[in-house]
Design a protein around this ligand. Structure first.
Ligand SMILES: Cc1cc2nc3c(=O)[nH]c(=O)nc-3n(C[C@H](O)[C@H](O)[C@H](O)COP(=O)(O)OP(=O)(O)OC[C@H]3O[C@@H](n4cnc5c(N)ncnc54)[C@H](O)[C@@H]3O)c2cc1C
Length: 426
């Protein structure tokens, strides 16, 4: 195991590192690829697409998930969309701008080389997903449509209504299913990874438990890929399902893989507030809603009037007031922090005074109810089912909750952990 953290970032100018690295990396010829077996744990967007791609490259792949189908991975819950620097809108976007926004959104702490590569490959990922049949939203003329996410002044988010994760996962699952049918991927469902096997300092396989029979078996491979999701459930209020239990990453950590930056947890600003003190799961209302919704609270603390009775000049659109350049599309941490500040100061709305308003009245008046329904219909429906309030008529209530984790098993530029042969993705 490496005891010194070496990120193995290639030398050379930022924009050329990835191309140069691909060229410098030794290739494996097609007949040799067949001799290598790779274990992938997890079938979310990261695991399913990695397994399908590795198999398509010619490696023999074994995939494990504790769910009964790859489609049960929590990626299915993703709503708002996926960012890519396509610049379809011709609004000033570029690979460098996506890189810059991501670095800035990460408070200048992300590893620049990896972030630049993310911005570069974002463009190809959209093409790959489209080729896999993901039905991204389209403009009237047939081109892919875009909207904005927080922290961006351009429109670069590709989406499928409020169900982007579901559609992406179906695409990745189809690609995986094709490889399973061809016999180069073996899928093991209801199989929980119990342990990482390390031999002579290298990852050599995993131990699994069959969740139906209880049988415990071990499996060897030349490389092990963990794509097992995040750990946001360590917080009481979270948007993650109970099954997101971070057991695999934790077990690898116990075997010596370094765990980095667990404090880097994203608190998402737009979740439906808790309706009592015992509720631990909060439902996400997609980030994309901040494209059209305006966030406000009553300017006067402890103002219990219904929202419709609070006149414009007695409302505080605090994000638009404090951050005029980004308005309601400030980065998630800024939106979350400010929501907590106003709620703590007594401006909270709703029965428990634990939310802020996200108001679509102006957008509906401007674009018409059908346009808003086409963009967010399923989210509005979900909101109404949970709260009993109709967001076409009264503002939504939202509040932050822990949602997404950026820490996890430490990886180098090649996504390898500190245990050689063990990779972490997603
Ligand atoms: C409500 C919600 C909305 C989101 N919206 C967006 C969005 O709009 N845009 C965006 O970019 N991101 C969004 N995200 C974040 C994004 O969905 C996730 O970052 C991403 O889907 C994670 O994918 P993954 O493959 O890493 O993990 P997951 O999809 O969580 O998959 C983990 C896999 O690992 C398996 N697994 C875990 N532990 C074990 C074990 N011990 N043994 C066997 N198998 C195991 C699970 O069965 C599962 O198959 C959202 C997240 C949530 C929760």
């Amino acid at each position: 195991m490496n005891s010194i953290l070496d990120s193995k970032v290639p030398s050379g100018p930022l924009a050329e590192k990835w191309d140069q690295h691909k060229f410098d990396t030794r290739l494996v010829n097609p007949s040799n690829k067949r001799k290598y077996e790779i274990i992938v744990v997890g079938t979310g967007l990261a695991g399913a697409s990695a397994a399908a791609t590795l198999s398509e490259l010619g490696y023999k792949v074994h995939v494990y998930t504790y769910a009964d189908s790859p489609r049960r991975a929590h990626s299915i819950a993703a709503q708002g969309g996926i960012n890519a620097a396509k610049n379809y809108q011709n609004d000033g976007d570029s690979v460098f701008r996506l890189f810059y926004d991501t670095i800035k959104g990460g408070d200048y702490r992300s590893r620049e080389a990896n972030t630049y590569r993310l911005a570069q490959v974002s463009v190809d990922i959209i093409d790959q997903c489209t080729a896999q049949g993901v039905p991204f939203a389209r403009e009237y003329g047939g081109l892919l449509a875009n909207r904005s996410f927080g922290g961006a002044q351009v429109s670069r988010t590709f989406y499928a209504r409020g169900q982007t994760g579901q559609q992406l996962l179906l695409g990745a699952y189809q690609a995986l299913a094709r490889q399973i049918a061809q016999g180069s991927v073996t899928l093991h469902t209801r199989s929980e990874m119990l342990e990482l096997v390390v031999k002579d300092g290298r990852a050599a396989g995993i131990v699994t438990r069959d969740l139906l029979s209880g049988d415990i078996t071990s499996h060897s491979a030349h490389a092990v890929v963990l794509a097992t999701g995040g750990y946001a459930n360590v917080f009481y209020l979270s948007t993650n399902a109970m099954a997101c239990n971070t057991t695999a990453a934790w077990r690898a950590h116990r075997k010596g893989a370094y765990f980095a930056n667990p404090c880097y947890t994203q608190i998402h600003p737009t979740c439906i507030p808790a309706s009592d003190e015992f509720q631990s799961k909060l439902t996400l209302m997609s980030e994309s809603l901040r494209n059209d919704g305006r966030i406000w609270v009553p300017a006067k603390p402890h103002d219990d009037r219904p929202p419709g009775q609070i006149p414009e000049d007695e409302r505080d659109y605090y994000l638009e007031r404090k951050y005029p350049a980004f308005g309601n599309l400030v980065p998630r941490d800024v939106a979350s922090r400010n929501a907590k500040i106003v709620v703590d100061a007594g401006h909270g709305v709703g029965p428990l005074h634990n939310g802020v308003y996200l108001d679509f009245a102006d957008a509906i008046a401007r674009d018409g109810v059908e346009t808003i329904r086409a963009k967010y219909g399923n989210l509005f429906e979900m909101y109404e089912r949970i709260t009993g309030e109709n967001p076409y008529e009264v503002p939504m209530r939202i509040y932050p909750a822990s949602h997404y984790t950026m820490g996890g098993l430490w990886v180098d530029y090649n996504l390898m952990t500190t245990i050689p042969g063990l990779y972490a993705l997603g």
